[in-house]
Design a protein around this ligand. Structure first.
Ligand code: XMP
Ligand code: MG
Length: 182
């Protein structure tokens, strides 16, 4: 047991379950993307662990890119206003983008990013999210690839944080309310 486990109320997906799901998603994506020379764009920081696993599960000729956005700060609900805090570093015109995200929640972030990348001339923008929380959707957006559909609970681990902590938990779980003063 590590120092963070005692803050977890329950585990939603174990390390093994995540690995198995990511493996299957990667194979499915390979079928669609094998002749598309995709550019995988990871949304920092939450998606960094998922990114590392999904690009290895999808053995397609491709390259990787990173973008950082902020809409939450340290709060637990979306503000709706998305800001790019670190932009992509290359020309994406004509490229087939696959945005790699940790969680699709209100949809504000991915709705904004999809439009942003299309404006920059991407040939296509598909969305791959590990988690989907459809109950909280505020924007009309759906993912092309989804790992797990999650209930309306704040989750941490496998890249997802609370106040920048818990990203390095190997599983995905729900925090005890007392940890965030709930
Ligand atoms: P939106 O609302 O824009 O949210 O779809 C996407 C971003 O919000 C963060 N988010 C969470 N982070 N546990 C987290 O650690 C959660 O349950 C959660 N719900 C949303 C996340 O950073 C994502 O990129
Ligand atoms: Mg986050």
């Amino acid at each position: 047991m590590g120092a963070m486990d005692q803050d977890i109320l329950k585990v939603l997906y174990t390390e093994k379950e995540i690995a198995a799901r990511v493996e299957r998603m990667g194979k499915q994506m390979y079928e669609d993307l094998q002749d598309k020379n995709p550019l995988f764009v990871s949304v920092l920081r939450g998606a960094f662990i998922f990114m590392a696993d999904i690009v290895r599960a999808c053995q397609v000729k491709s390259d990787v890119e990173f973008i950082a956005v902020s809409s939450y700060g340290n709060a637990m609900s979306s503000s709706g206003a998305v800001q790019i805090t670190r932009d992509i570093q290359q020309d994406i015109s004509g490229r087939n983008l696959v945005v790699i995200e940790d969680i699709l929640d209100s949809g504000n972030t991915l709705f904004f990013l999809k439009q942003y990348f299309m404006t920059k001339g991407a040939a296509s923008v598909s969305i791959c999210t590990l988690l989907d929380k459809p109950s909280r959707r505020a924007k009309a957006i759906t993912a092309d690839y989804t790992g797990f559909v999650v209930p309306d609970e704040f989750v941490v681990g496998y890249g997802l944080d609370y106040c920048q902590k818990y990203r390095n938990l190997p599983y995905i779980g729900v925090l005890k309310p007392e940890v965030y003063g709930g």
